[in-house]
Design a protein around this ligand. Structure first.
Ligand SMILES: N[C@H](CCC[C@H](N)C(=O)O)C(=O)O
Length: 276
């Protein structure tokens, strides 16, 4: 079977996007991992499968699969890519879209300046919602890994995030501590691990070791999680610019009970066809 796709990226977090509305898409975990391979396949951090809405108040549903073939509940950079994709493919003429994933619903706005703003919904802070094996919600959790005790924030944006504050993001132990925390037994569904340098109350630098991928150039839900965790510690204001290796996102969060807004770009790199 020949499957058309769009190769897209949001701040270097790259995607293959396929339309499962116009044609059925059946891919197993092994096929997805092969397509994600940067030599034997197309290469991507995540595969985004766009589907018809599952309930009347949503315009489109999309599913997210990491490079290892595992399915994720949310993808912030991917949400911006899907909003741009459905518009460019003529699947909608709306500039305000309601998108859903397996774990979240969101409002996407295609701005006149080319950026896409996503209302990412409310962060989920209860350990059971993350999920995290702690009885009580805390601002910081102590987690022992590799003989060291780490103080981390933890939050779900529809996918699990662990956020560690560091003094210098360039020197952060992403490749060593990232997998240790990501696969820690306290995170029964694993976790995306953010290494956050708080520059000042309006600026954060961030690197993310993503569940199912490894370090990516940007992580949208990770940027949201970092702002939530930093605000809960009283370190940042409502509007924060989050600078990742692939570029910057603008995140707004007014505090508990409020939704998180994320603004940033999404680009089409090329259109292709692949045999599956
Ligand atoms: N690796 C993530 C999914 C992709 C998230 C990221 N690419 C984003 O932009 O939010 C997970 O397994 O939860």
């Amino acid at each position: 079977m020949i499957m058309p796709f769009s190769k897209m990226q949001g701040l270097g977090n790259d995607f293959v996007v396929v339309d499962a509305i116009s044609q059925p898409v059946y891919l197993n975990q092994g096929q997805i991992a092969n397509l994600a391979h940067r030599n034997f396949g197309i290469g991507f951090d995540q595969l985004l499968i766009v589907e018809a809405p599952q309930h009347p108040e949503s315009d489109f549903h999309f599913r997210i699969f990491n490079a290892d073939g595992s399915e994720a509940g949310h993808c912030g950079n991917g949400a911006r890519a899907v909003a741009k994709y459905v518009r460019q493919k003529g699947l909608t003429w709306k500039k305000q879209l309601r998108l859903s994933t397996n774990t979240a619903t969101m409002q996407a706005t295609l701005e006149d300046n080319g950026l896409i703003t996503i209302d990412m919904g409310k962060p989920r802070l209860e350990p059971a919602q993350i999920p995290l094996r702690f009885a009580e919600k805390q601002v910081l959790y102590s987690i022992d890994a590799g003989g060291i005790s780490y103080k981390v924030g933890a939050v779900s944006m529809g996918n699990p995030h662990c956020v560690l504050k560091v003094d210098n993001v360039e020197k952060a132990p992403v490749q060593t501590v990232g997998p240790l925390l990501s696969q820690h037994s306290y995170f029964p569904a694993q976790a995306n691990v953010g290494f956050m340098e708080v520059v000042d109350r309006q600026n954060i630098k961030l690197r993310v070791f993503e569940r199912g991928v490894g370090e990516t150039l940007a992580c949208g839900t990770g940027a949201c999680a970092a702002v939530v965790v930093s605000r809960l510690q009283g370190l940042t204001d409502e509007k924060v610019k989050v600078t990742l290796p692939g570029g910057s996102l603008w995140i707004t969060w007014q505090g508990e009970g409020s939704t998180v807004l994320m603004s940033g770009p999404a680009k089409v790199v090329f259109e292709g066809q692949v045999e599956v």
